[in-house]
Design a protein around this ligand. Structure first.
Ligand SMILES: *Cc1c(COP(=O)(O)O)cnc(C)c1O
Length: 396
């Protein structure tokens, strides 16, 4: 018998179907492979300024933006420490694993957390949000925190409806939105929706490597920042405003901007931002069609039970009782070199996720779906065969 290395993978390109980090287009990879330059070099400054303007267009804001070297968690933390003081209260709308993580971070920073609880499979009820705000007549709540796209459950939250609930109750809190897995894949409108802090990261819809994140900041939030007392230094927006780049305390990660310049060119010029959203919704429909087909015969089913909240950037799939999602993912990875997302927190082993955001097209989605179906056969997971045909019908 031939000795095969334990973790050897089959030949051929890996199909990477994680909901973040995501596939990086070849042209973005090549653009990032740039020789180091002085971040104050006027040629770089021109690229930098254009990238900042481009990011504002993707956020749909004309207001402010601050950038950090660090993943999305860094931008979460930056937003809290720049806007709040010890003992302040925030209202966190429960959506899933990422809203819980954000709440845990708030607690660790000395912020009081109130939550609007939700059934993770149906999504938070906006009437409950409105009630929680109306109850707070003393305006103790300083910020309302929402996750626009809950990557763990594959569900989107209508941020405009949260803003409407805040306006209807006359609540003056800031509105903080995590757009990490929605920006550049789902429509997000910072200014129109009255979002005061929009938290984004590089490695999802923007199709870049992990390691840069940012906050879109409203003028109202910048005012609130002036009186915030949580300790901060690297993340301090006031420090950043004294610098030429109006961001980054310390060295600017220049290679990200060569990559971002190319990613913005792909998003805005080659495809068009609105067409990017249309492509994501088309591919998402195909994935859901396949899962709904498989679900017959006691197969896996869509985690989301509320069609109004389906996410167009990631689909979470609930395994049938008694079948382990991670065992199925292991078959897909080790036998067929397809990488799927796992279940997070309490959904570990129960759910697997197909990421369909970023640099993705029909053959990549169909190949992934076909391989998931193959892996289900190999792993003995019950399902109705023919999900790929349903996906093709949704795309044709
Ligand atoms: C990925 C993700 C994060 C975490 O971002 P990191 O870049 O991994 O720190 C936070 N929120 C959401 C909704 C995400 O999808």
């Amino acid at each position: 018998m031939d000795a095969t290395p334990k973790n050897a993978r089959p030949r051929g390109r890996q199909f990477f179907a994680n909901p973040g980090p995501t596939n990086i287009p070849d042209s973005v990879l090549l653009a990032g492979a740039h020789q180091t330059v002085d971040f104050n070099d006027p040629n770089f400054i021109a690229i930098y300024d254009a990238c900042v303007e481009g990011l504002k267009r993707v956020l749909k804001t004309k207001q402010n933006i601050f950038l950090y070297t660090g993943s999305g968690h860094a931008a979460w933390e930056a937003s809290f420490v720049n806007l709040l003081s010890p003992g302040d209260t925030v209202l966190i709308l429960e959506t899933g694993y990422f809203s819980l993580s954000w709440a845990k971070m708030a607690e660790d920073l000395g912020i009081e957390v109130r939550s609007v609880a939700a059934d993770w499979r149906r999504g938070v009820d906006i009437a409950a949000v409105r009630a929680a705000l109306a109850e707070d007549s003393a305006h103790v709540i300083k910020a309302v925190c929402v996750v626009h796209n809950e990557t763990a459950t594959g569900m989107a939250l209508p941020v405009a409806e949260v803003r409407a609930a805040m306006d209807a109750t006359g609540h003056p809190a800031l509105l903080l939105a995590d757009t990490i897995s929605s920006l550049g894949s789902l429509d997000f409108r910072m200014d129109e929706w009255g979002v005061d802090a929009a938290v984004g990261g590089s490695q999802k819809g923007l199709m870049l490597p992990t390691g840069m994140s940012f906050t879109g900041v409203s003028d109202k939030a910048l005012e609130a920042h002036k009186t915030s007392r949580l300790p901060k230094h690297y993340f301090n927006w006031t420090n950043m405003l004294t610098r030429r780049h109006k961001s980054f305390v310390g060295t600017v990660p220049v290679s990200f901007f060569y990559g971002l310049q190319e990613a913005l060119r792909l998003i805005e010029q080659e495809e068009g931002l609105e067409n990017v959203f249309t492509r994501h919704s088309r591919l998402a429909r195909a994935v859901r069609a396949a899962v709904q087909h498989w679900s017959g015969n006691n197969g896996p089913q869509l985690f989301c039970l509320n069609p109004a909240r389906y996410s167009d950037s990631v689909t979470a799939i609930m395994m049938p009782e008694g079948f382990d999602a991670d065992a199925l993912r292991a078959v897909a990875l080790q036998k067929f070199n397809v990488s799927l997302g796992g279940g997070l927190g309490p959904l570990g082993g129960k759910v697997f996720r197909i990421g369909h955001l970023g640099d993705l097209n029909e053959p990549m989605i169909l190949g992934t779906l076909a391989t998931v179906e193959l892996a289900m056969q190999v792993a003995g997971v019950p399902h109705t065969p023919g999900g790929v045909g349903a996906a093709i019908a949704a795309l044709a």
